[in-house]
Ligand binder design. Structure first.
Ligand SMILES: [Zn+2]
Length: 304
């Protein structure tokens, strides 16, 4: 299923995460149909789930230890890379809560020729609160986007994009640090946001593409996320291991499928309860898995 060249690259590459992301983009880009995001996300998830199973088969539990990374590798975190890259380029940063590699695929297709990307790591457990605490040093994410502040050696002016249908008109401003709760909020708390049907996933992703396209009209924009997610879609049973339990992906006991992260046990792999959709969420996150732990840093060239 996976070619030998890729396997060799994975073993030899100084940063296998980058090799994995490049491989997935090459392999999955053709599966994205912008006119039918819902169906595309289902197809992508089948592929991603199979690919993660294969990685686990060849790499074992150490694949998940690799995804965890090491505390001293902070420079490889997606958020750190994004602020550094944008600082050097004189660009703006958009932190999109829950941005995953699926959205990278959509953006490459939607914004033809304007997108470049690299791979980043995230803090674990893969929650918004953890990202806020460990990277920004704030209790919640919103607090990190108020006023001005230094990040990675550059000064930024924070702003929260409250209304995704009407993003702020930023013109040619630079060194803005912007936050949107898309795609996480409407996919996670779908009922609260009025997204009760799976078909609406395309609306959420479509809105995200519009925000990104609007915010990169003049200045370059570097987009990244605080964590990724596992897409449940119509087939939440694409788990690697079935777990009869509640849906939290950290803080429980997960037998052989958990790893200790700073004194807390975090679920590894696509390990969740089959009835997870009852919660009304289209996605889950909090654990250690390919699509929760690998987050792209996406540069969109401004000026169309
Ligand atoms: Zn989040």
């Amino acid at each position: 299923m996976v070619n030998k060249d890729f396997l060799i690259k994975l073993v030899r590459d100084p940063d296998p995460l980058e090799a994995i992301l490049n491989y997935l983009v090459e392999r999955l880009l053709g599966k994205v149909d912008l006119a039918d995001i819902d169906a595309s996300y289902e197809v992508l998830e089948d592929e991603l789930s199979r690919f993660e199973r294969w990685l686990y088969e060849v790499w074992g539990k150490s694949f998940y230890e690799f995804l965890l990374g090491k505390p001293e590798e902070r420079a490889l975190w997606a958020l750190s890379k994004a602020y550094r890259m944008a600082g050097e380029m004189g660009a703006n940063v958009l932190v999109a809560d829950g941005l995953s590699l699926r959205e990278l695929l959509v953006l490459i297709k939607a914004l033809q020729g304007r997108v470049t990307y690299t791979a980043g790591r995230v803090a674990h457990p893969t929650t918004t609160a953890m990202a806020a605490r460990s990277f920004f040093g704030t209790e919640n994410l919103q607090d990190a986007f108020r006023g001005t502040g230094l990040r990675e050696g550059y000064e930024w002016t924070g702003q929260v994009v409250d209304n995704v249908r009407s993003p702020p008109k930023i013109g040619g401003r630079r060194h803005l640090s912007l936050l949107t709760y898309y795609p996480d909020a409407p996919l996670h708390s779908a009922v609260k946001y009025g997204f009760v049907q799976i078909q609406k996933v395309s609306e959420v992703i479509g809105d995200l593409v519009k925000i990104i396209s609007e915010l990169s009209r003049v200045s370059d924009l570097v987009v990244t996320g605080d964590h990724g997610y596992i897409f449940l879609g119509r087939s939440p049973n694409r788990y690697l291991w079935r777990w009869i339990g509640h849906t939290e992906r950290h803080g429980g006991s997960y037998g052989d499928h958990g790893l200790d992260v700073g004194g807390e046990v975090v679920a590894m792999g696509r390990f969740h309860a089959p009835d997870v959709l009852k919660s009304g969420a289209f996605i889950v996150h909090g654990g250690i898995s390919l699509t929760e732990s690998l987050v792209p840093i996406i540069t969109v060239k401004g000026g169309t």
